[in-house]
Design a protein. Structure first.
Lengths: 63, 460
């Protein structure tokens, strides 16, 4: 059992990362966070907008 | 002007969504060498990260199909594009392998909502006589996406110094698609305030529109003919899930995608290690298969609509058999074989491999076997089978390759893929072809006589 748990933790955890996201982005870290926030806000806006739309009624013919 | 027609605007938006989906999902594989170095992934962990996408994508399919039919394809499509956009940038921020594994799985769940929703939209918006070609156009996106993604993902990573920038920038690709979905997609033509009378007549026919004016979005929930919208018929759940043709399509999808993904994933390794081709040339072998698939998707749609009179299963029967012949041919190749010969064999394999129930025409077929409004959940079942095939393709192919002192031998894997092609075609031979009311094989053997098959619930 302990071996299985250790194996699972090994699979999930793995060795220490060689580079962290904040280190990779360096001085652009603030810009990256801002872009991520903008991306998420736009996505949430559109998904919310589309999900709250009601299906229009069946269209009546014009002639 | 073709672009003023609402159904083409809808198709364009759905095509772009499918294209961005494929670009987003294949970027991870393209950037994998950089990710492995950055996060210190072991081979074992890399395999699990890739597997998490496939298994989550597969497991999502039946649920995605229900959501699509129950709540509408537009909502499911927006959820898909929004979800995989957010998880794309999140994957660019990971610090550990376990974070990447979990996020790739979540990415797979949201990416999995795309195929059922877009397929149902095409099935609903296009009349039967042009449905094959319309869906063929839609499916070209999955053949183009993987080819262009290295030219997008790698230059961004090189120019900005990290694979993380590619994820961050590509997360924005989904935003214009969301705007297009919001602007151009409506779940059903007769509910679209901007559609013209002429286009409605073209899609459904005047008689059908006059006869059916119901408001049910999901035909499986309609209790009477009065609740049905045009183009639909009553389709109870039992007709969807206790259906021989759907079960055989599930099996055929499993075999065909096992062969397709096994082939495209392992071809560069085969070219480099067995045929001793230069690395760059080996990499182009998979591109040749994708090029063949692009041509196969287009030609298959045209042939089905124009030559085979809207029959879908003949294309699939031919596809699996021809793919098998091309792969048996490829199994005989030895180092030193001419490059044009290798290209030709794998182009044919790709071309024919796309002419299978997992590659094309599946939305038109399900719409005609059941009803367009049931394409979501029935396709969820079929794609589940196909994705299980793609998930097992990698370890199974690895197991089939023989290691020798002179290098690996791939011929057993190619023969396995060929057998999958034949089995895929055999499954299709047992499926009902709605246009002739029997299996297509039975139709041929009887000298062209139509059969007695009819839907469990009569067309209204």
């Amino acid at each position: 059992m302990e071996t299985a748990i250790a194996a699972a933790l090994g699979l999930l955890g793995g060795p220490d990362p060689k580079s962290l996201a904040s280190a990779d982005f360096g001085s652009n870290w603030g810009l990256v966070i801002a872009l991520d926030v903008i991306n998420t806000v736009v996505v949430v806006f559109y998904v919310w907008r589309i999900w709250r739309q009601k299906l229009p009624p069946v269209r009546q013919r014009t002639q | 002007m073709i672009l003023s027609e609402r159904r083409y605007q809808m198709l364009g938006a759905a095509w772009l969504a499918w294209m961005v989906n494929y670009i987003d999902r294949t970027k991870t594989a393209v950037l994998l060498p950089l990710i492995v170095a950055s996060l210190g992934l072991s081979t074992h962990q890399t395999g699990w990260v890739l597997f998490s996408f496939f298994i989550c994508y597969a497991a999502t399919q039946p649920f995605a199909g229900f959501v699509t039919d129950l709540l509408g394809a537009k909502k499911a499509l927006a959820l898909s594009v929004g979800g995989f956009s957010v998880f794309t940038w999140m994957m660019g921020m990971v610090n550990t392998p376990d974070q990447l594994l979990i996020l790739n799985g979540l990415f797979g769940i949201f990416a999995g909502f795309e195929v059922t929703s877009a397929s149902r939209l095409v099935a609903t918006w296009f009349p039967m006589r042009t449905r094959g070609r319309a869906f063929a156009f839609h499916q070209t996106a999955y053949t183009i996406g993987p080819v262009i993604v290295p030219f997008i993902a790698v230059p961004i990573a090189h120019a900005l110094g990290s694979w993380r920038w590619t994820f961050l920038i590509m997360a924005f690709f989904g935003l214009p698609v969301l705007a297009l979905i919001d602007r151009y997609i409506v779940d059903r033509p007769e509910r679209d305030p901007r559609i013209s009378d002429a286009e409605l007549d073209y899609i459904f026919g005047k008689e059908e529109i006059a006869r059916k004016q119901g408001g049910a979005l999901d035909p499986a929930r309609a209790r009477s003919a009065n609740e049905l919208p045009p183009g639909e018929r009553l389709t109870p759940y039992r007709e969807i899930f206790f259906n021989r043709s759907i079960a055989l399509m599930f099996a055929s999808g499993f075999f065909c995608l096992l062969a397709g993904w096994g082939l495209t994933t392992w071809l560069p390794t085969y070219g480099y290690r067995e045929l001793k081709l230069p690395l760059l040339i080996s990499g182009t072998l998979a591109s040749i298969v994708w090029a063949g698939q692009f041509c196969g998707v287009v030609v298959g749609g045209i042939l089905s609509d124009k030559v085979f009179g809207m029959k879908r299963t003949p294309i699939w029967i031919l596809g699996g058999v021809v793919m098998a012949m091309a792969l048996v041919w490829a199994a005989t190749f030895k180092p030193g074989v001419g490059l044009p010969v290798v290209y030709l064999a794998f182009f044919i394999a790709g071309f024919a491999g796309s002419c299978t129930p997992a590659g094309q025409l599946f939305a038109p077929y399900l719409a005609e076997l059941l009803t367009p409004g049931a394409v979501g959940r029935s396709l969820g079942v079929v794609v589940l089978g196909a994705m299980i095939g793609s998930a097992v393709a990698q370890p199974l192919t690895a197991y089939m390759v023989i290691q020798t002192p002179a290098g690996p031998q791939f011929w057993p894997a190619f023969l396995l893929f060929a057998a999958c092609g034949v089995l895929g075609s055999a499954c299709v031979c047992g499926m009902v072809e709605p246009q002739v009311r029997r299996t297509y094989l039975g139709y041929l053997l009887s000298g062209g006589k139509e059969g007695q098959w009819k839907p469990q619930s009569q067309p209204l």
